[in-house]
Design a protein around this ligand. Sequence first.
Ligand code: SF4
Length: 342
Amino acid sequence: MSVERVLLASPRGFCAGVEKAIKALDWMTKVFEPPVYCYHEIVHNAHVVEHFKSLGVIFIDDVSEAPPGSPIMLSAHGSPPSVITAARSNGGTVVDAVCPLVTKVHHELKVRSRKGYTVLYVGHEGHEEAVGTMAVAPESVHLIQTTSDIDAVANGPGPFAMLSQTTLSLDEWQHLRDYALEKIPELWLPNRSDLCFATTNRQAALRMLSGEADSVVVIGSGNSSNTVALTKVAESAGVQRVFRVNSAEELPVDLTGSVAVTAGASAPESLVEAVVERLQPHSGVYVNPVTIEDEYFPPPPELREILRSLEVVAKAVFTGEISGEDVTVRDREFAAADVLAD
Ligand code: SF4
């Protein structure tokens, strides 16, 4: 391998929603006796999932697998209402780590459905976020993956609205939106697309580097939608060699010239560091951020309540005082990367 330079995309890796979910599950492992049950992978990254398995978290695909009374966390991708109900009736504490930007789409779908719209939902079949969102109003929503899916719906009863999964490639979404607008000029769309800031920022950062790169390495898991979207961005920018790797060990050995490196929103920075170390660029690493992300999502409300109560009890026991510190202050003091490095 003879890599001249590494062009490091910025922003890359963990987004605010993933930070929130990882730290919330970490709090759960500290507050409850193991095992804590987690419905679906907390985020789509094998390294993160393995870390939590080592702490006694059991990942399940059906909440009935959790014994009655056990603590359950619901993943960042958002869960169908029936799953939330089943988890709550299991008798234990339930903490929902859904990203607020996914919740926003659930809410949009609920509102459009109530107003009588037929909703075209651009998403990927079987992806947990798409499954969870569509379950909010299954009677009103149609999954859109291709232009023929739009054709199939456009002749049915209106009015029509279009929503989308938060982690799609911008090109894919724009193509389907433009086609839908041609077919249905009165189509209702949200003021801003449902693609989240983390998805669009990571794609913009990679797009900016793609023109200078001989190859692109995207770090992240194959079931991570925003990771796969990053590979599509590089391919559509004309980069000849695009690789998605789970870790540095999967890097091809014949990379040369300028290599752009990025990471999906659920991939830890430690994987990026290992990839750069393995690439050993002769003339160094170049970073040119397209934007600085400073979004912060506080812990889920149910967890905040538990932590606040523990705080009050601990303070009362040790100091005799009764006061409830805002737990988000402490939560802000550490990053998901610290949790994983522990
Ligand atoms: S990628 Fe976007 S929607 Fe998904 S967790 Fe991150 S901020 Fe939330």
